[in-house]
Design a protein around this ligand. Structure first.
Ligand code: DX5
Ligand code: ZN
Length: 216
């Protein structure tokens, strides 16, 4: 099996005991945390603020990825960076000046990533790929946890993986949405090396430790 990391998405965590849910996932062996930010415009839902990132930051030393599903990611880079984010991921579809936003994320000291939705061609990030630490391929339409993995997104992973290998880029390939013990292998075999999982960690009914074990 190729090597991969798991990021726990706290979207499906029990917010009444967020710190405990973070500790349990860390103890179960996840590699990083994933915090979704939603503005009710780019996606229909609302959530999480820099304060939530601060809680996660106080609870773990693992890296925190902040996934900005908002129409103006550039507006929020400083506040999430100072809350303790390790990496900021903006959506290509939501940004007319992606290159400038990538620069402004770099200035915060955070690593930088770009996400693309299922309907978006990876061509839109061709020019910036060498500047990125991670590309996030959405494997569901963004905004909600617990949706079904879309296998038609897999060819994009293969295409990006080929270019990353060919040009020896350091960019990671992350998948987000519908990842569970059944879909993870397809994503990894197509080139993903970072799996985001929300409901497959926090909402299986089996407990966090066993759910992370199943994913591994
Ligand atoms: C969805 C979010 C995901 C979400 C994934 O728009 O970006 O991070 O937590 O949830 P699952 O793993 O349940 O599909
Ligand atoms: Zn996400």
């Amino acid at each position: 099996m190729k090597s991969f990391q798991i990021a726990a998405s706290i979207l499906s965590a029990d917010m009444a005991s967020l710190a405990d849910q973070v500790r349990q996932a860390e103890a179960a062996g996840v590699d990083r945390f994933h915090v979704d930010v939603m503005d009710g415009h780019f996606v229909a839902s609302l959530g999480f603020s820099p304060e939530v990132v601060r809680v996660v930051r106080r609870t773990t030393q693992l890296p925190i990825d902040v996934h900005l599903m908002v129409t103006d990611g550039n507006q929020f880079t400083k506040s999430f960076a100072s809350a303790g984010a390790s990496r900021l991921i903006v959506h290509a579809e939501a940004d007319w000046h992606l290159h400038r936003t990538i620069d402004s994320v770099r200035l915060t000291g955070c690593d930088v990533g770009v996400a693309i939705n299922p309907a978006t061609s990876p061509m839109v990030i061709d020019e910036v790929l060498p500047l990125l630490d991670v590309v996030l391929i959405m494997t569901v339409n963004p905004g909600f946890g617990g949706q079904k993995f879309l296998p038609e997104t897999l060819p994009k992973l293969e295409r990006l993986r080929q270019r990353i290998e060919r040009e020896e880029l350091s960019c990671q390939l992350m998948v987000d949405g519908g990842i569970n013990a059944n879909t993870a292998a397809n994503a990894i075999n197509s080139g993903a090396n970072l799996l985001v999982a929300g409901s497959a960690i926090y909402a299986t009914g089996k407990g966090i430790a066993e759910s992370v074990r199943d994913l591994h």
